[in-house]
Ligand binder design. Structure first.
Ligand code: GDP
Ligand code: MG
Length: 744
């Protein structure tokens, strides 16, 4: 059996970097504390040394305050690794040594690795390794995980340590420690010193695991707040006895001696400039991913329809009349070109094999409209992933979270929650996956729920289609304004609902936001690539299976009557096939459901093909771009949508309510599947109800206000009443909690 060596250390001390260097594994290296929530295992094999390496989650102490601490502590106590490498960020020696003083109390061989020695060197500082090692009583070595320095030497020391035995030692000099230690030894409990000290510290986990012994120990320290004492003593030991090993004078930081990183931070986290700068950065990312008029050249009047011969290929791919395409759009065009070509190839193949019409229809709608439609979104999602990973990897996202923390705390969220929300403007799937970086379930639930409100790339198609109708003669609105309002509405509803949830169902306090700002550094391209690929794989798998299934069901229901008679396509005047819905299960079903939307103004109150709006709202659950697609299919072409919708005699309020409902309601299947995977158990059904309820109520309000302007007063009053009631409820509940705490 090979030796097991565990890597333990503070977040951002370089554990994962070292782990990757040792194992050559493909773990992602990020900047956020808490990225390493999963445990990673790998093998080190070089010049006769072989060991399995375990990357433990980053922790500041061994008290069970966070899941990470519990995981790491239990791993060491229960799995009994042969040795621990305690990795320390040498540029933050004192803070990191706090954990070391606790690790030392366990009966396990330890090697201390002083990481980031390259940074120390640059700053003309150093550490007296021999002195520190003597004082701690364990081997110490300087390494640089990033520069791959001292790694093999470290492994030689760790592997030697595996062969040795080590008994726990403590820096605490309190007289109770010895007594407690003795009690635990007499009970022959493993790691007696560590457990004894945890018992003295009133540690909850210890009280659970060794109940009897723990009580015995507690009876000897009656009245002493040992946990506070021990923390103080540890820090005192570090400053009094260990700080002396830091070599080189750290120059007093004066105004003109700021490092480049400090200077950049002064601007990027500036009270006034931080948010505008971030919004501009975001705008650039979105422009590079989604813009069809990059740098606004088209809008500025630069002509792009230069139709000289032979450039039809480039025309459309790289630019259109509207302007230059962004890299994201170019990639999407390429992908859609390829999938379109594949689709026609399949269709031709099936035709050549004289496949029956229904089979062609089935395969084409499942493969082309289902699977290929999702693949079509991939390039832009990848683009967003890439830019966001770049921001995260360089250390910028940590600053953004820091800045937004000030604002978000009031709604019961930490600043970190802001990033996944913003990603919701691109695509909800990666955005929800990104909530893994959040600390508490409460934060994840709140964030995942409101991500669905943001106007993602796929919803833009529906906004476009409806905006065009609103801009028609019948209504005379400004289409651009409609689009902008929908972007804003999503954000406003999200903020409002986060506050309401904080006051009612998600009342927990947010833990303090401990996060040092990591130094800026160039991204590691290999890690970035692996990271992106990891996310993509999951997306393709999840989304494709669900979408194919959904496309299959919709095809079945729209092509068969309730008695399972196949409905063949009609043929239009150009000989092209047009879908025929008359008598289909789907149309019947929609007519059955449409009364639900009557209050919103787009249900069974509509004339003509009004059921199509109900259908679009339902098919939109598969993928949001299908909302517009459904209308187009039923109208028989993009140009005909306006006529179809106007022919239903829909009101302005009804049309807006249709758009708002689809913008805010249950997101596409891919996002729901992601939410299911990312939410805590049992939360999905509440979340779906939350989406349905919010979208219905907001759409109803919009409908009322725009159809009968005087209802605005009532709507505003109702909204105000809801908020006041929620706030009073919150105050009431908080009071009650305080009372029960005092009573206890
Ligand atoms: P973990 O949270 O302990 O897993 O830390 P990571 O391995 O994710 O490292 C945190 C950050 O420190 C990353 O940005 C690394 O690139 C950086 N880093 C890790 N080791 C070194 C090192 O030896 N020198 C320098 N300069 N940076 C390092
Ligand atoms: Mg890590």
């Amino acid at each position: 059996m090979s030796k097991v060596i565990a890597l333990a250390g503070n977040p951002n001390s370089g554990k994962t970097t070292l782990f990757n260097g040792l194992t050559g594994a493909t773990a992602y290296v990020g900047n956020w504390p808490g990225v390493t929530v999963e445990q990673r295992k790998g093998t080190y094999k070089k010049s006769g040394i072989e060991a399995s390496i375990v990357d433990l989650p980053g922790i500041y102490s061994l008290s069970p305050y966070t899941p990470e601490e519990v995981i790491s502590r239990n791993f060491i106590l229960n799995e009994k690794p042969d040795a621990i490498i305690n990795i320390i960020d040498a540029t933050n020696l004192e803070r990191n040594l706090y954990l070391t003083t606790q690790l030392l109390e366990m009966d396990v061989p330890i090697v201390v690795a002083l990481n980031m020695s390259d940074v120390l060197e640059k700053q003309n500082q150093g550490i007296d390794v021999a002195g520190l090692s003597k004082k701690l009583g364990v081997p110490v070595i300087e390494i640089s995980a990033l520069k791959n320095r001292g790694i093999h030497h470290l492994m030689e020391m760790a592997s030697a340590a595996c062969e040795s035995k080590r008994e726990g030692r403590t820096v605490l000099k309190d007289k109770y420690v010895e007594e407690a230690h003795k009690i635990y030894q007499d009970e022959s409990i493993e790691n007696p010193l560590f457990h004894a000290i945890k018992a003295l510290e009133n540690d909850e986990l210890e009280a659970e695991t060794n109940k009897k012994v723990c009580e015995k120990v507690n009876s000897i320290v009656e009245g002493v707040e040992f946990d506070a004492v021990s923390a103080d003593e540890r820090y005192k030991f570090i400053t009094d006895e260990l700080s002396q090993f830091k070599l080189g004078v750290k120059e007093e930081k004066s105004k003109d001696k700021l490092t480049l990183s400090d200077k950049i931070d002064k601007v990027l986290t500036n009270r006034w400039a931080a948010i505008p700068i971030f919004l501009v950065a975001l705008l650039i990312v979105f422009a590079l991913t989604f813009s069809e008029d990059l740098f606004f050249l088209g809008r500025l009047g630069v002509p792009f329809s230069m139709n000289f011969e032979g450039n039809e290929f480039f025309e459309g791919l790289f630019w259109t009349d509207a302007g230059i395409n962004s890299p994201g759009v170019i990639l999407a065009n390429l992908t859609n070109g390829i999938t379109g070509w594949l689709a026609s190839l399949i269709e031709m193949g099936l035709g050549a094999m004289h496949a029956p019409d229904w089979l062609i229809g089935l395969l084409m709608s499942v493969i082309a409209d289902g699977f290929f439609a999702v693949i079509g979104f991939l390039p832009q999602i990848l683009c967003l992933f890439f830019f966001f990973s770049l921001m995260e990897d360089s250390g910028y996202m940590a600053r953004v979270a820091f800045v937004f923390d000030r604002i978000f705390r009031r709604a019961g969220l930490s600043g970190r929650a802001f990033i996944p929300m913003l990603m919701g403007y691109g695509c909800g799937v990666p955005a929800m996956i990104n909530t893994r970086t959040l600390n508490t379930d409460k934060e994840r639930i709140q964030t995942i729920r409101v991500i669905a409100f943001f106007c993602c790339g796929a919803k833009v198609a529906a906004v476009d289609a409806v905006a065009a109708i609103l801009a028609s003669e019948a209504f005379g609105w400004n289409a651009a304004l409609v689009g902008f309002s929908m972007y804003l509405l999503g954000l406003i509803v999200a903020i409002a609902m986060v506050i309401l949830m904080h006051w009612t169902t998600q009342r927990e306090k947010v833990p303090p936001f401990i996060m040092e700002l990591p130094a800026y550094h160039a991204p590691q391209w290999r890690a970035l690539g692996i990271h992106i690929w990891d996310k993509t794989k999951g997306f393709i798998k999840k989304a494709a299976t669900i979408i194919i299934l959904a496309a299959l069901i919709i095809w079945l229901f729209s092509n068969f009557t309730p008695t399972w008679q196949y409905i063949p396509d009609l043929v239009d005047e150009f000989g092209e096939p047009v879908a025929d819905f008359e008598g289909s299960i789907l149309k019947g079903l929609c007519q059955f459901i449409s009364p639900i939307f009557f209050p919103l103004g787009f249900g069974n109150n509509l004339a003509g093909e009004g059921w199509a709006l109900t259908l679009a709202s339902i098919t939109g659950l598969v993928a949001k771009e299908v909302v517009a697609d459904t209308l187009i299919t039923i109208a028989g072409g993009e140009e005909a949508v306006e006529a179809l919708v106007l022919a239903t005699n829909i009101s302005l309020g009804g049309l807006l309510a249709f758009l708002v409902f689809n913008l805010l309601t249950v997101p596409c299947f891919a996002a729901v599947a992601t939410a299911k995977a990312e939410l805590p158990k049992g939360q999905l059904k509440w979340t779906i109800l939350f989406w349905l309820g919010t979208s219905y109520v907001v759409a109803l309000m919009v409908r009322l206000m725009f159809d009968w302007w005087w209802t605005t007063f009532i709507v505003v009053a109702v909204i105000a009443a809801i908020f006041v009631a929620a706030y009073l409820w919150y105050r009431h509940a908080c009071k009650k909690e305080e009372m029960s705490l005092l009573g206890a």
